[in-house]
Design a protein around this ligand. Structure first.
Ligand code: F3S
Length: 291
């Protein structure tokens, strides 16, 4: 069985930066992350064992430092942290920051803002918070169709949104206003990982996508691989792999979401190599005289 790794996979720049920020805070007094630093439970656990603890709200943080993760937060969170005398360590990804600023600038120029993304995604919530009052989230072409007419429409994207879907939605939004300004804030890390996954899924028998089940970008990678007609398994760790998935399989592709640590990808790769050896042994013809 040939195991091929996607050309672009795993940690993106923003996630790497946020994790390095969190590690740099270890041993320097109480430090918390507001929400999981990344959508990867194994890494969150590792950090918490070293004193970087996850808090769900600012109220849960008695004192010390709070790390803002790569998804970013709305302006009110900075105000609340200041009011509670917490030191803010800002690990908002610069690409997310750009989307937040684009939303705010469009709103200030008088545009009604449409954030193309998943309404419950923390990054989208943070972008919405920077846009003020006149803002809505558009997730699907149907949402775009249902949007009331606005004179001026400003469009911003969730950084991890699929570019094809974004284009489709923008085409519909163009019919819903007199004037449109589009800030295409999709980050290239997402595009690169998606294109590499599609390319690989088209040439292998099976795809394994590694990453948190609650990671939107990992789930989207799995969805895109399935759309290529390739049987696809989404796993969080090597322990979830099943040997049956690879029976009779010639080529397997591996990709991983932007929040998947390298060590987890390596464990998955090694486990698949083990499976390959076991399957090879099963296929060997019995030696003469062996029953
Ligand atoms: Fe930033 Fe792009 Fe990663 S927006 S967090 S570099 S996927």
């Amino acid at each position: 069985m040939k195991i091929i790794l996607a050309e672009y996979r795993g940690f993106c720049y923003g996630v790497k930066r946020a994790i390095e920020t969190a590690y740099a805070c270890i041993g320097q007094g109480p430090v918390y992350t507001l929400g999981p630093i990344i959508h990867n439970p194994q890494l969150v656990q590792r950090l918490s064992e070293q004193g970087v603890v996850m808090a769900n709200t600012l109220e849960q943080i008695p004192a010390g430092r709070v790390i803002i993760r790569s998804h970013g937060v709305g302006p009110e969170v900075y105000d609340q942290a200041r009011a509670r005398s917490l030191e803010v360590v800002d690990a908002t990804c610069p690409h997310v920051r750009k989307a937040q600023q684009a939303a705010r600038q469009l709103a200030e120029k008088g545009y009604y803002v449409a954030v193309v993304g998943e309404p419950n995604h923390p990054e989208v919530k943070s972008i919405v918070a920077w846009a003020g009052e006149r803002v809505t989230v558009v997730e699907t072409p149907a949402d775009a169709q249902n949007l009331p007419y606005h004179e001026q429409l400003g469009v911003v994207a969730q950084t991890t949104f699929a570019s094809d879907q974004f284009n489709t939605i923008v085409d519909i939004l163009k019919t819903k206003c007199r004037e449109i300004e589009v800030s295409r804030t999709i980050c290239t890390a997402t595009d690169q990982r998606q294109q590499a996954a599609i390319k690989l899924a088209r040439k292998v028998d099976v795809m394994v996508v590694v990453g948190g089940k609650n990671s939107a970008n990992t789930s989207r990678l799995a969805e895109l691989c399935r759309l290529q007609g390739c049987p696809t398994y989404h796993v969080e760790t090597a322990q979830e792999l099943k040997i049956d998935w690879f029976t009779g399989v010639q080529t397997v592709g591996i990709t991983a979401g932007a929040s998947t640590p390298d060590w987890i990808i390596e464990e998955v790769y090694s486990k698949m190599q083990e499976f390959d050896q076991l399957l090879d042994q099963d296929m060997k013809p019995l030696e003469p005289g062996v029953i």
